[in-house]
Design a protein around this ligand. Structure first.
Ligand code: SAM
Length: 231
């Protein structure tokens, strides 16, 4: 199958990883994920899609934790939701949040094809509202094994504050786009004041790295990924 793929920022590294890991794993894992990657990278908003190496990492982490409850903030075409669902426990479940029904509907066919549609609940509401409501329900507090933060950047901080109590101790938080096309690596004095995504991301990165409730790692994959463990 001809699979078009986002390379993230580091194209040389991606080509190497694609040959040895991504291509064989997409063959082996599930052709539905490969097909959805193809469809998503041809979508007019293809920039929204997580890169293929990230998606396979999410599947592995979900598998490693035998995750039972996963919160996926920012569904787009359902790539991250599908990856988590493919890796999670047999009785695991993914709650995936987005405000755009048209985007989410693209993914449904592939969730079905992969045989995991029953493991995914799509919630069509703003992520900050959903996590706030969840945090008011005792059954959700401390119950999520994994949360993925991949919504507009101004929402990262408010959504994060509710995600922390929703995660179980040793639960995993994944945050996408932490390098913001390497924009955050510039000297702060050189930040473009009109580039609100870089400003929001830089502020958020400082916030989480100073949060002593969590153990942080910043990884150079895709557009930068924080892998954060709740203590
Ligand atoms: C970067 S994309 C998500 C990509 C997806 N996680 C993946 O792995 O391919 C961000 C998504 O956030 C959605 N979004 C925008 N505003 C939102 C809001 N207030 N609450 C939830 N989702 C929102 C957009 O519709 C878009 O689909």
């Amino acid at each position: 199958m001809e699979t078009t793929m986002k390379a993230g920022l580091n194209v040389r590294r991606f080509k190497y990883v694609k040959k040895l890991v991504i291509d064989p794993r997409l063959e082996e894992v599930n052709s539905a994920l490969a097909e959805l990657i193809d469809v998503s990278t041809k979508h007019p908003k293809e920039k929204f899609a997580s890169s293929a190496d990230q998606l396979l990492l999410y599947q592995s982490l979900s598998y490693m934790l035998n995750a039972k409850k996963i919160l996926d903030c920012g569904t787009f075409t359902g790539l991250s939701a599908l990856s988590f669902a493919l890796g999670c426990a047999d009785d695991g479940h993914v709650y995936t949040i987005d405000v755009n029904k048209e985007f989410v509907d693209v993914g449904r066919e592939y969730w079905d094809k992969a045989g995991v549609a029953g493991k995914i609940t799509s919630i069509l509401k703003p992520a900050d509202e959903v996590v706030k409501e969840m945090a008011q329900k005792p059954e959700h507090l401390g119950s999520f094994d994994i949360a993925y933060l991949d919504v507009p950047k101004h929402l990262y901080e408010p959504v994060y504050e509710y995600i922390v109590p929703l995660l179980r101790p040793r639960g995993l938080l994944l945050v996408d786009n932490i390098f913001m096309s390497y924009g955050v690596l510039e000297d702060e004095a050189n930040y473009d004041p009109r580039d609100t995504a870089v400003l929001d991301m830089a502020k958020f990165n400082k916030r989480i790295s100073a949060d002593e409730r969590m153990m942080h790692n910043f990884i150079d994959i895709g557009d930068g990924l924080a892998i954060v463990v709740k203590k």
